[in-house]
Design a protein around this ligand. Structure first.
Ligand code: NAG
Ligand code: NAG
Ligand code: NAG
Ligand code: NAG
Ligand code: NAG
Ligand code: NAG
Ligand code: NAG
Length: 580
């Protein structure tokens, strides 16, 4: 059949130019037929491809829910669970980064992820399955309810019998997936925006729609009543979610423009006609003036304490060394704490130095949500500190931000500000230095006879990895909560427009991180190391501070006896023998 046109199709038309009457007509007809066929094939190809992409997009959600497999960049370093005695071991060198799309967009992350990554190598589910399970997201926007249709007086009344809380996990009744709320904050820092920002935890992808019942207090001292304004909430997962099913989230509700007052409390409900099952105090910091307290005021935020955390001396050292470093206040979250540390924290709480918030979140840590929902705690602490503290450090109990030349953190910040102008700095980042606990104690410990000093990790461990981690990898930061929007573990995800994170040079200060090898085993101690005794500047003052707290609380809190290190006791014994 091979006609003289050779290549056929479109090219053929020109190729046979000189051919006679009927032959030319015939060839043209054939070519057109072929062209049509090719066109048809191309269309078919795209149609089939389109169906595959479509089913991918809507089924990823279901697969995620079932298996936790994801389409986004998967963190490689994370291993399941913890090894005993390594509470703070987190192999988090790689994190899954949720791509910010702005809240409320119907095209959610997995949609974007699927489009970008072509389904992440997942097996495309059969088209038949698509028909059997019509995709859910399409139904979400067809809710008949509109806030304008709501007649507030016909909605359930103020939940007098709900526990009014300014920070504890409460359930949102009636949602399909778990949805909890912890605290609420008034936020008017962005121009033209007045919102209530609720910190909660819910499904990472495609969170359910919820509403805010904003409660405005009316009446005089004798009789108060609450009238409500009910508005839809925008919900989005906090970006650091490790691709687990649930994550910490923000739910934000815009305040009605025609009311100048701020609601005193808020309930988050799955449907406006549901009786509210939670009632949160609306935190409303220094809303009038926005002037930060004069000078510097430093606070510390610590992620939830877990595994019956009960290291008495570590806790005392953490509190007292940070006080020497100029920290005035500590916020902790109580997942589970052992009896001695509970007693210590209660005591510091009565002095106003510590705030301990309950943290009973009904989600399985590491399976459903990252480490007890720590990102909800970090963000709660940041918003809670706003207008109360000029700076907060978000650090763990085995970490200290230690300045090299200055004694305190406020002095360091002041110095950096004078030198480099930190006006637009919303956060300061400090590079991580591991002081592996497997390295032997500082030489001075051989002759140390003070059991308090010999119990302090910053005195014992002075050898550190020579190479520091770069910023953003295991680094920690001090931020100005007034200009921060979304806190992460190692860096701030979002600051108000016009503010940036400034990296502090390692010469000025680094993060001392006292722990065992991060990947298990003892191999890490073979890395190049240096002796860094910067923390010895605090040794005498710290020893005395811890001693006085220890002695004050010893019997009250049933603190255990302090011992000298083992080899130390032995050498003392030999010395004793020699002198006899
Ligand atoms: C709270 O009180 C209302 C009536 O005031 C009642 O209908 C509702 O069941 C109560 N809820 C709980 C949890 O007790
Ligand atoms: C409060 O109630 C008392 C009586 O119960 C009344 O005498 C008083 O005037 C009321 N105060 C106000 C501010 O309404
Ligand atoms: C505010 O506006 C809404 C309509 O958008 C109206 O129903 C409501 O009564 C107004 N409230 C006040 C206090 O004016
Ligand atoms: C909310 O749900 C809890 C159970 O999760 C139930 O005990 C409580 O009564 C419910 N509250 C309301 C107001 O329906
Ligand atoms: C600030 O909060 C107080 C109550 O704490 C309230 O009376 C006042 O109206 C608020 N002002 C602004 C500007 O939001
Ligand atoms: C910590 O939480 C547990 C469980 O809710 C509670 O029993 C304990 O009293 C709390 N500890 C402190 C110090 O508040
Ligand atoms: C902080 O350290 C710098 C040197 O880095 C020094 O010039 C400055 O005087 C120190 N500030 C205080 C208050 O000690």
């Amino acid at each position: 059949m091979g006609s003289s046109s050779g290549g056929g199709g479109i090219i053929g038309i020109n190729g046979v130019g000189s051919g006679g009457g009927t032959k030319k007509k015939y060839t043209t007809f054939r070519s057109r037929q072929r062209a049509n066929l090719s066109f048809f094939l191309v269309v078919m190809f795209f149609a089939v491809f389109g169906i595959i992409v479509f089913t991918e997009v809507f089924f990823i959600d279901e697969r995620n829910a079932g298996t936790g497999s994801g389409v986004l960049i998967r963190h490689a370093g994370y291993q399941h669970g913890y090894r005993k005695g390594q509470e703070y071991d987190e192999n988090e060198d790689y994190i899954s980064i949720r791509m910010g799309l702005g809240g409320g967009a119907m095209m959610n992350d997995e949609t974007l992820g699927a489009l970008l990554l072509g389904g992440g190598g997942g097996v495309p589910p059969a088209v038949a399955a698509a028909r059997a399970n019509p995709p859910l997201p399409l139904l979400l926007d067809t809710l008949p309810l509109n806030s304008k249709d709501l007649i507030e007086t016909q909605l359930p009344p103020y939940p007098d019998n709900s526990t009014l809380t300014e920070g504890s996990w409460q359930n949102v009744n009636g949602t399909k997936y778990k949805f909890f709320v912890f605290s609420a904050f008034f936020d008017q820092r962005r121009k033209g925006q007045r919102i209530i920002r609720v910190i909660g935890a819910t499904k990472t992808r495609g969170p359910e729609r919820v509403w805010c019942r904003l409660w405005y207090k009316i009446g005089d001292g004798n009789s108060t009543a609450h009238i409500s304004v009910t508005v839809p909430a925008k919900v989005w997962a906090i970006r650091e979610n490790w691709n687990l099913k649930y994550s910490a989230c923000f739910a934000t509700c815009a305040l009605p423009a025609n009311r100048t007052t701020i609601p005193s409390t808020v309930s988050v409900v799955a449907h406006p006609r549901d009786p509210p099952g939670n009632l949160l105090v609306v935190h409303n910091g220094n809303n009038e003036t926005h002037t930060p307290p004069p000078g510097y005021k430093f606070g510390v935020c610590v992620k939830p304490l877990h595994f019956d955390y009960n290291r008495e001396i570590q806790m005392l050292e953490f509190l007292e060394l940070n006080r020497l470093l100029g920290v005035e206040h500590f916020t902790f979250y109580n997942h589970t704490i052992g009896p001695q540390v509970s007693c210590i924290l209660r005591d510091y709480e009565t002095n106003g130095m510590v705030r301990l918030l309950p943290w009973r979140l009904n989600m399985v840590s590491q399976k459903e949500i990252r480490t007890e929902g720590l990102f909800a705690a970090l963000n709660d602490c940041m918003y809670r500190s706003m207008y109360k503290f000029t700076h907060v450090a978000l650090i763990d109990l085995d970490e200290y931000i230690v300045p090299r030349y200055n004694y305190t953190l406020p002095q360091l910040v002041e110095h950096l500000d004078r030198r480099g102008n930190l006006h637009s700095a919303g956060a300061l980042s400090f590079q991580n230095a591991f002081f592996y606990l497997q390295w032997s104690d500082d030489e001075s410990l051989h002759s140390e006879s003070d059991s308090v000093a010999a119990s302090l990790v910053t005195v014992r461990k002075t050898r550190r990895r020579a190479k520091l981690h770069p910023h953003k990898q295991r680094s920690k930061y001090i931020c100005r909560p007034e200009v921060a929007v979304e806190a992460g573990n190692h860096f701030v995800w979002e600051l108000l427009p016009g503010y940036q994170t400034k990296n502090v040079h390692a010469d000025q200060a680094i993060l001392h991180h006292y722990r065992v090898c991060e990947f298990g085993g003892d191999d890490c101690i073979k890395t190049t190391s240096v002796v860094d005794r910067t923390a010895y500047r605090y040794k005498i003052a710290l020893t005395e501070a811890v001693r006085s707290q220890y002695e004050r609380l010893k019997s009250k809190c049933h603190l255990s006896e302090l011992k000298l290190p083992k080899n130390q006791g032995l050498s003392k014994f030999f010395k004793l023998l020699q002198t006899r």
